[in-house]
Design a protein around this ligand. Structure first.
Ligand code: PLP
Length: 419
C-alpha cells in the first residue's frame, strides 16, 4: 500500500489508543526509529520526546538489544510457560530479584503493565483470603493515579474526571485518599488525613496501591519521597498488602533505579513494565515477597490462578535481560541528571505550572491542549510529543544528546504557544 492508502485504511479500520472509530483522531505514519529519533512521514527524523511512552530508554535499534533479539530468535521466539521453563525467563527473574527492593523474591512474568497490576491486585485479595480475611476485598489508593485500562486497574485510577471516570458505578468500589501533596511542607497534613481514612476503612481493605514518587497518566504530578514511608506505615498498621506500581517510574526514570529507592521503602508487591525490555517488546512483571506468596497459597484454590498465553515470552525475556545488563553497564544516573538539567529550560515557558523530576518534564497549561495543533508545532521544531488534557510533557530516551534535549524544550515551547 502507498502511504496514502495505509492512512486511509487505518482511518477506517484501526483503533489507536483512546480514539473513536466514528471520529478518528489524525495519525502520522512512522517509518523507522533509530537512536533517539523516529522517522515520521512528512516531518522526517524527529527527536522522540516520549520514548514510546516511557519505554525506549536506550533509544531505538540499539545494537545490543537487536543482537539479543536475533540470538533468541535463533533458539525459540515463544513457547508455553505452563509446565515448561527456559533460560531467558530464569535469567530475567534472577536479575529482577537482584535489582528490586529487598524482600521481593517471587516473579510473575506478565504480558503487559495492566495485566501485571491485575495480578498484583489478585495476589493481595488472595493473600487476605489465605490469611483469614476474605472480607478484605477493597483497595486503598490516592486520587490522581493511573494504573492501566483493564477493569480492576481502572477501579484504582483517578475517579474524578480521570480517563476512566465514565465507569464509576460499574467498577469495583475502592477507597480514595487525597492526592499526595506537591511539597514537603504539606506532607504532615496529608499524612494525617490519609492515616485517618485508612483507619476508617481498614476492616475491608486488602491492599494499598500507588505509583511511588510520580503520578503519571493521571496528571503527571511528582510528590515528595517522604510520602512513601507513610504508605508503608499505613499498610503495616492495618495489615494491607502494599503495591508499588513502578511501571512508568522503574529503571531510572525518576533518578533512582526504582522510585521506591528514593525513600528506601520496600513494598510487598511491585509491578514493572514499559522500560523493562527497553521498549522492544510487551513484557511486565509482578514481584512479591515470600510472605505474600505463602499467604496466597493458603487460600482456597492454593494457587495463583493466572496464566496468560504469552507468559514469560522467551524473546521478550531475553531482550529484557539484555536491556537490564545494558542499563547496569552505562552511567544512566549521569544521563538522567543531564536530561534533568536540560529540561530546566521548560521553566522559561509561560504556563500554569512546570514540573521537572528526573528525566521527566511537564508543562501544564491553563486550558486543554489542542492536540493536533500542538503536535504539528512540535513536529515543525523536530520533536515528537503526545500531549493530553492540559499537559505537554516529555520523558525522552536516556541516550538523548544535550542538543536533543534543547530541541525537545523548543518543541514543547512551540506546542504550548499554539495549544
Ligand atoms: N501503570 C502505570 C503507572 C502506567 O503508566 C501504565 C501505562 O501507561 C500502566 C500501569 C499500564 O501499562 P500497560 O499500558 O502496559 O498496560
Amino acid at each position: 500500500m502507498t502511504p496514502a492508502e495505509l492512512l486511509a485504511f487505518d482511518r477506517g479500520h484501526l483503533w489507536h489508543p483512546y480514539t473513536s472509530m466514528t471520529d478518528p483522531a489524525p495519525v502520522r505514519l512512522v517509518t523507522g526509529a533509530s537512536g533517539s529519533r523516529i522517522t515520521v512521514d512528512g516531518a522526517g527524523e524527529v527527536v522522540d520526546g516520549m520514548a514510546s511512552w516511557w519505554s525506549a530508554i536506550h533509544g531505538y535499534r540499539h545494537p545490543v538489544l537487536d543482537e539479543a533479539a536475533r540470538r533468541q530468535l535463533a533458539t525459540m521466539s515463544h513457547v508455553m510457560f505452563g509446565g515448561l521453563t527456559h533460560e531467558p525467563a530464569v535469567e530475567l527473574a534472577a536479575r529482577l530479584v537482584d535489582l528490586t527492593p529487598a524482600g521481593l523474591e517471587h516473579v510473575f512474568l506478565a504480558d503487559s503493565g495492566s495485566v501485571s497490576i491485575e495480578v498484583a491486585m489478585k495476589m493481595a485479595l488472595q493473600y487476605q483470603r489465605g490469611t483469614g480475611h476474605p472480607e478484605r476485598t477493597r483497595f486503598l489508593t490516592v486520587r490522581g493515579g493511573y494504573h492501566g485500562d483493564t477493569f480492576d486497574c481502572m477501579s484504582v485510577c483517578d475517579p474524578d474526571g480521570g480517563m476512566h471516570a465514565m465507569w464509576s458505578g460499574v467498577l469495583p468500589e475502592q477507597v480514595f485518599g487525597d492526592c499526595p501533596p506537591r511539597s514537603e511542607v504539606d506532607v504532615a497534613g496529608w499524612a494525617a488525613g490519609f492515616r485517618a481514612l485508612a483507619a476508617e476503612h481498614a476492616g475491608r481493605l486488602a491492599g494499598l496501591i500507588v505509583e511511588p514518587l510520580l503520578q503519571g497518566a493521571g496528571g503527571m504530578h511528582p510528590y515528595p519521597a517522604s510520602c512513601l514511608p507513610v504508605f508503608r506505615e499505613v499498610a503495616d498498621e492495618h495489615g494491607l498488602v502494599l503495591i508499588f506500581d513502578e511501571i512508568a517510574t522503574g529503571f531510572g526514570r525518576t533518578g533512582t533505579l526504582f522510585a521506591a529507592d528514593a525513600a528506601g521503602v520496600a513494598p510487598d508487591v511491585m509491578c514493572v513494565g514499559k522500560a523493562l525490555t527497553g521498549g522492544y517488546l510487551s513484557l511486565a512483571a509482578t514481584l512479591c515477597t515470600t510472605e505474600v506468596a505463602r499467604g496466597l497459597s493458603a487460600s482456597d484454590s492454593g494457587v495463583l490462578m493466572h496464566g496468560p498465553t504469552f507468559m514469560g515470552n522467551p524473546l521478550a525475556c531475553a531482550v529484557a535481560s539484555a536491556s537490564l545488563d545494558l542499563l547496569s553497564s552505562v552511567d544512566w544516573r549521569a544521563d538522567v541528571l543531564r536530561i534533568n538539567a536540560g529540561l530546566q529550560a521548560l521553566h522559561g515557558i509561560e504556563a500554569a505550572d512546570v514540573r521537572v523530576l528526573g528525566a521527566v518534564g511537564v508543562v501544564q497549561l491553563d486550558h486543554p491542549v489542542d492536540v493536533a495543533k500542538a503536535t504539528e508545532a512540535a513536529l515543525a521544531e523536530g520533536v515528537w510529543l503526545r500531549p493530553f488534557r492540559d499537559l505537554i510533557y516529555t520523558m525522552p530516551p536516556y541516550v538523548c544528546t544535550d542538543d536533543d534535549i534543547a530541541t525537545i524544550c523548543r518543541g514543547i515551547a512551540a506546542a504550548a504557544a499554539v495549544a
